[in-house]
Ligand binder design. Structure first.
Ligand SMILES: [Zn+2]
Length: 186
């Protein structure tokens, strides 16, 4: 499945610094100096930013001459997650700007909303909705740090439809307001 993942270099860099497992399988970190590639969640010492390039496709990274890291084993068909759940995660990461409902996602992957939510929850301990909210808040956090967009602009940019919901979800995930977050991370 080919999906457009709207992540900039800086965002992918932030995800690997955070060793974020939620993005495993969506992109790979290749280190030019060692010719090794990793998952975002790899716990090995972080490379210098200047030596890193990102790939979305494992075939591409292998073709470019990189070898899989022995520690995080990015080439192993990774799945704590089934194909269905991986497909759903790709949908969420690539379409977070849109007003996605459970029904929309279910239609895209061809199962019932009930089955989708149950399977997703079994495998990730989250609902598709909370997973999507986290992707949106990651994006919002990145924009707060790296742009001068207002909170309201960011709210809509990352796919929230209501500012009050944006503030509520932001606080529940980051334990501070968007303004506080911006101040702390400038
Ligand atoms: Zn690794």
């Amino acid at each position: 499945m080919v999906a457009i993942i709207h992540l900039s270099f800086e965002e992918m860099w932030e995800r690997i610094i955070a060793c974020d497992r939620n993005y495993d399988g969506l992109f790979f970190t290749a280190v030019k100096t060692t010719k090794i590639y990793c998952r975002p969640s790899c716990r090995s010492r972080k490379p210098k930013k200047i030596n890193v390039e990102f790939y979305h496709d494992i075939m591409e990274v292998e073709k470019a001459g990189y070898r899989a890291c022995k520690r995080c084993q990015p080439e192993v068909e990774y799945s704590p997650h089934s194909e269905l759940v991986r497909t759903v995660i790709v949908c969420l990461v690539s379409q977070y700007k849109q007003p996605l409902t459970l029904q929309d996602i279910a239609n895209q992957v061809g199962v019932s909303p009930y089955h989708l939510e149950r399977t997703f929850k079994q495998e990730t301990s989250e609902t598709p909705r909370t997973y999507l909210e986290r992707i949106r808040i990651d994006k919002a956090a990145h924009l707060l740090k790296s742009t001068a967009l207002t909170n309201l602009e960011i709210c809509y940019e990352v796919g929230f439809r209501s500012p009050s919901n944006f503030y509520k979800v932001f606080r529940s995930i980051k334990a501070c307001s968007p303004n506080e977050y911006r101040k702390l991370n400038r």
